[in-house]
Design a protein around this ligand. Structure first.
Ligand code: ITT
Length: 191
């Protein structure tokens, strides 16, 4: 079994990734000694690689990292790679959702997609990259208390509930992160 250190500092994401990858991959938590890694890339893939590289350098272990963005059609793909900081310095999930709803107020075109890039990087520089996305609409108000981030206002196509109205298991079947990490798991298994 390959042991990886997981680059994410976001406990919501870590819980989802563990649930998706299951017991065939051993994931260690990011050591407390490794500080926040600045996401200076211009793409999700660059940011995933920056986060993984920082963990490989700090631990000498293989690392798994991911980066996710919400790409809103009516905002020309924003907030995208800037999803965590959409509402500026000190942004919270709530302030980001409020800004998104405000940006789309009165607009009928509410299509969007979540996209995740998941990346495994080894100390010798080998890497595997996988991507997953899900299309949906931005609802006019938040619904549901589960999930995190933009989940209360994202309703995947074909569903009647937002991600925040689903259990973690239901969300993982449909979600960007579920798809990206299942694809990464397939590639790891095929190595
Ligand atoms: P790490 O870099 O430490 O992994 P992060 O919070 O920066 O954590 P991402 O860059 O992957 O995570 O995601 C950027 C933001 O996009 C995140 O802060 C959330 O607001 C939002 N987001 C990511 N995944 C999401 C999901 O599954 N559902 C709802 N919002 C999500």
């Amino acid at each position: 079994m390959t042991v990886f250190v997981l680059a994410s500092a976001n406990p919501d994401k870590v819980a989802e990734i563990r649930a998706i990858l299951g017991p065939s991959v051993e994931l260690r938590s990011r050591p407390a000694s490794v500080g926040e890694v600045e996401e200076t890339g211009c793409t999700l893939e660059e940011n995933a690689r920056i986060k993984a590289r920082a963990l490989v350098d700090a631990t000498g272990m293989a690392a798994i990292a991911d980066d996710t963005g919400l790409e809103v059609d009516a905002l020309d793909g924003a907030p995208g790679v800037y999803s965590a900081r959409f509402s500026g310095a000190g942004a919270t999930y709530a302030s980001n959702v409020a800004k998104l709803l405000e940006s789309l107020r009165g607009r009928p075109d509410r299509g969007a997609r979540f996209r995740t890039v998941a990346l495994a990087l080894w100390p010798d520089g080998r890497e595997l990259v996988a991507e997953g996305w899900v299309r949906g609409v931005i609802t006019t108000e938040g619904r549901g208390a589960d999930g995190f981030g933009y989940d209360p206002v994202f309703q995947p196509d074909g569903a009647e509930r937002t991600f925040a109205e689903m259990t973690t298991e239901e969300k993982n079947v449909l979600s960007h992160r579920g798809r990206a990490f299942r694809s990464l798991a397939d590639r790891l298994a095929a190595r």
